[in-house]
Design a protein around this ligand. Sequence first.
Ligand code: HEC
Length: 162
Amino acid sequence: MDREIKTSAYGLLAVIIALVLPACASRPQSVGSSGTAWGTGAFRSNGERIYFTATSERGTAITYTSGPASNGWMMGDGQLACASCHGPNGRGGAHNMGMMQTMTAKDIRWSALQSEFDAEKFRLAVTKGQDPDGTQLNTDMPRWNISDDDRADLIAYLKTLP
Ligand code: HEC
């Protein structure tokens, strides 16, 4: 009887350790001199950094208004970046936002945008939610406050996506 309780207690302890250890290990490293939680030199260009973190090596602020109404998902504690919705490869896709809501973010690789967009139309879409066809983008797409230089870096990065 005693032995059985002990065994199951050790079993439980093993499970807890197995769960806790990887969680600690996978935490991003402490903030490096590049100013992101990813560490120094994690990105090959400022455009890539902006795409993944919504921070710029220039130190200029990148903020947004609007965006998905439900706070439950990814917004958690962090700030959204393009990659949160358009994916690490830029191709977008459907996201489940819980409560049976889904959101479909578009493919924003430059190769996909270029037939409809130029730098100015990109600016209007990203900062004002204006689609080149004259309609307003869904408010799931945040309205971004981003400098001209940072936007140019972002476009340069989107051009590198295969
Ligand atoms: C919270 C999710 C989310 C984030 C973060 C986000 N987007 Fe979007 N974006 C969307 C959705 C959803 C759409 C499609 C809206 C629609 O169909 O009306 C969209 C559409 C776009 C479009 C228009 C594409 C087209 O073909 O019409 C561009 C350009 C775009 N996003 C760029 C960006 C950039 C650049 C960033 C980062 C600075 C970004 N988005 C961050 C959700 C997001």
